[in-house]
Ligand binder design. Structure first.
Ligand SMILES: NC(=O)c1ccc[n+]([C@@H]2O[C@H](COP(=O)([O-])OP(=O)(O)OC[C@H]3O[C@@H](n4cnc5c(N)ncnc54)[C@H](O)[C@@H]3O)[C@@H](O)[C@H]2O)c1
Ligand SMILES: [Fe+2]
Length: 372
């Protein structure tokens, strides 16, 4: 079945406040909802500006690490006490931990008992997500990613019970994001849209968000990297990240994220940088299977998608124009690392099975070699 008739399950937070100044809605929402014991989960940057939430003195776990691991989650959950609402305040790292903390604070279960797809029985504690990067779209999603320190693999937990009751997307909060993080997180948002748009389970209803997100990144990402105070660009990117989040739910990513994950887990690269490094090569590898959509993506980002070569060259130049060094070798990856990375990526069937082209282990190795 194709087209609009294809069944689709859309899950979004019941309330989303979007726009400059929308953070002011937090306190009235808590008051209306009778929520009196908030607990904030934040990274160090955002923990240092808790006053922006307008809640006065508020309990906070302020040590969320980038790409957090299970021990970081445990520490965050430990101090939640008898909170009746968890507030994720930060990028994807803080919001993902906030989702899991809200579940752990609602049940007597451990992370091992809830991790993976659809194992969470319910949630009693409310959840509010306030993104401060424009990237993951985690604020509107049902997934949380934490790294297992033993296997170094990202553990994906998914549940409708991790959907926020309220997401407040205030682009003003992203103005302080430094240029390289702006670039990386913006490419992550774009990658969510691109991979969903070209996926085997792409859906026209989601395609509308996907192409909109890609166009916004094409129009605004360079502007926001060059001038973080560009309010129009920041707002456009906040919406692009939202679009990416909408794409992740029912469609999700494919080979771009699958090949990016080993760069994060084995080499410690930030999620957005890892995605940027693989994006040109995966887009080109999939171009023949999705010629029209690839042409639309390339046009939205400002280059020609006429041939495989022009796709790679154009996409590399787009990312390099954001200040990203696009060679794996510049990020400490060696030729000798590639085979193990290809094996790890090839095993991520939950994503690769939806890639428009079947990528064998040697095809993935070729992608890494091209990116080296
Ligand atoms: N849940 C999902 O669907 C989903 C999707 C994609 C990625 N992720 C996960 O999200 C995490 C990455 O999230 P991210 O890319 O937003 O990065 P992040 O949350 O790790 O933040 C990156 C850095 O930016 C800083 N920062 C955040 N907001 C800032 C601000 N306003 N001003 C200045 N600095 C700021 C943080 O302190 C941190 O050092 C990864 O763990 C990734 O796996 C989740
Ligand atoms: Fe991502």
């Amino acid at each position: 079945m194709t087209g609009f008739a294809q069944p689709i399950d859309l899950q979004r937070p019941p309330r989303i406040q979007f726009g400059v100044g929308s953070l002011a809605q937090l306190k009235p929402y808590l008051d209306e909802s009778g929520l009196r014991r908030p607990y904030v989960v934040a990274d160090a940057v955002n923990a240092a500006r808790l006053d922006a939430l307008g809640l006065g003195q508020v309990p906070c776990f302020g040590q969320v690490e980038p790409e957090p691991g299970i021990p970081n989650l445990r520490a965050a959950a430990l101090a939640a006490g008898d909170a009746d609402v968890i507030i994720g305040f930060g990028g994807g790292s803080a919001m993902d931990l906030a989702k899991l903390v809200a579940v752990l604070a609602s049940t007597n279960l451990t992370f091992e008992e809830i991790s993976g797809p659809h194992r969470i029985p319910g949630r009693r504690v409310a959840l509010i997500q306030i993104p401060t990067t424009a990237g993951t779209g985690s604020e509107v999603g049902t997934r949380a990613l934490v790294t297992d320190p033993d296997s170094h693999a990202k553990v994906a937990t998914e549940s409708v019970h991790m959907l926020a009751d309220l997401a407040i997307i205030d682009p003003e909060l992203t103005m302080s994001v430094p240029p390289h993080v702006t670039a990386a997180t913006g490419v992550d948002a774009m990658a969510h849209c691109v991979e969903a748009f070209t996926s085997r389970r792409a859906h026209p209803l989601i395609d509308a968000y996907a192409i909109q997100g890609i166009k916004l990144v094409g129009r605004y990402l360079k502007r926001a990297v060059e001038d973080g105070t560009d309010a129009e660009a920041r707002a456009g990117l906040a919406y692009a990240a939202f679009c990416g989040g909408v794409c992740l739910g029912p469609v999700n990513t494919t080979a771009g994220h699958a090949t990016a994950y080993p760069l994060g887990t084995r080499h410690g690269l930030p999620h957005g940088i890892a995605n940027a490094l693989m994006f040109p090569h995966v887009l080109a590898a999939n171009a023949a299977a999705r010629p029209e959509k690839t042409a639309q993506i390339c046009a939205a980002l400002g280059f020609s998608g006429a041939s495989r070569d022009s796709v790679v060259t154009g996409a590399l130049a787009f990312c390099a124009g954001l200040g990203l060094d696009m060679r794996l070798s510049s990020h400490g990856v060696l030729e000798a690392d590639l085979e193990a990375m290809a094996e790890e990526a090839h095993a991520i069937r939950r994503l690769l099975d939806w890639n428009p082209v079947d990528l064998s282990m040697s095809a993935i190795l070729d992608l890494y070699r091209a990116a080296l």
